[in-house]
Design a protein around this ligand. Sequence first.
Ligand code: URA
Length: 435
Amino acid sequence: MKTPVEVIESKKRGEVLEEREMRNFFAGYMKGEVADYQMSAWLMAACLKGLEPSEILTLTKCTVESGRCRPHENYDGKPVVDKHSTGGVGDKPTIVLLPLVACMGVLVPTLAGRGLGHTGGTVDKLESIPGLFQQFTWEEARKFLRENGAIFMTQTEEVAKLDKRLYALRDVTGTVDSVGLITASILGKKLTETLDGLTLDVKYGSGAFMRTFEDAERLALSLFRTATSFGVRTEVLLTDMNEPLGEWAGNAVEVMEAVRMLRGEKVEERFYNVTMSLAESMCRLAFPEEKKRDFRPELEKLLLNGEAYGRFLKIISSQGAEKLALENLDEILSPAPNLTEYKASESGFIREVDTFGVGQFLIRLGAGRRVLTDRIDHKPGLRFRKKLGGKVEKGETIMEVYSSQPLDASEIPELFLIGEEPEDTGSYVRHLKIS
Ligand code: URA
């Protein structure tokens, strides 16, 4: 068996490691026999030389097996399906999808994340609701799944322990942006849910980790190959993150926007369509034999007849949301009180949005973290009055900023590029083509 140094040397030369060599190396790391500095060297070699599909699969298996998984149980034969997004700004479909897809008779045991870098996280957003608890063991989750069909959960100490340690190292050694490492990290956590189906929402664009469509496609293919190797039915949607998703970005304000969709109210078109495409995908994976079934009208009905919203209230109230909060949800989820407007400096069309910059600005407003220990202010939010491709007149409001502290308009960064011609924004939801 190779020593840790030999494993590192081997990856440095771009060789493909065998499963037993990798297993031994990662088990050694978890036991303290491989040091953090050795693992950092290996991660850098993996970043620079890349990982082959067989190595990505092994690393994913090691990650899944490093903690506890949801026990395989039969809940009256219901399919278990989840979705995962690679992250963006204004990315709130999960909040709608859980209750909505659960109403279709699907079990959705979502392990969601916190904000990462400039992107927001579902766990942080939902903490805008006082009392809501999201940290459960798989044993505790069982009751919620049985009663509500869905649970909003955060990763606990017992899940994917290897990823927790590797992610912390990657974060400080410049080794985050590797398709192989990202694949193993995402799936190493998601697959602990013991799933029948998984819909992956891989984002591309100025607010995504993958800036170009081509890079997103490479990640999408890697995720697809690895998840299907585990026997999980998988679909990948590639969705545009060249502007924040929806009308609002922040924490409480995003939950409010999701609540509006759940209540059957009209919401911004892209947010609605991306969410519905993801919901349809989850249903296709849940009921693979029903090839001709058109899920869209059924899903729309659940939004319009109040069932999806009723399920959302049931889920959050059994997860501890305070009664007073449930009765005053609109008030609880309202934005911070100080409004500052960002106005167009010229007439034209919105040609570009610096979505990464939008995420950074939200962090400055307190809505995200600079360091892991930062406390989030749930109230600040941004409202986009104009979207990509939209026409603006000089002096018209493009974005409203709701901050907890008073803000001067000069403190708002330049986030929009205005041009003379309208931008062809093209399709914003694409299915991964498997050749
Ligand atoms: N999200 C994860 O969970 N892991 C990564 O490596 C990147 C994004």
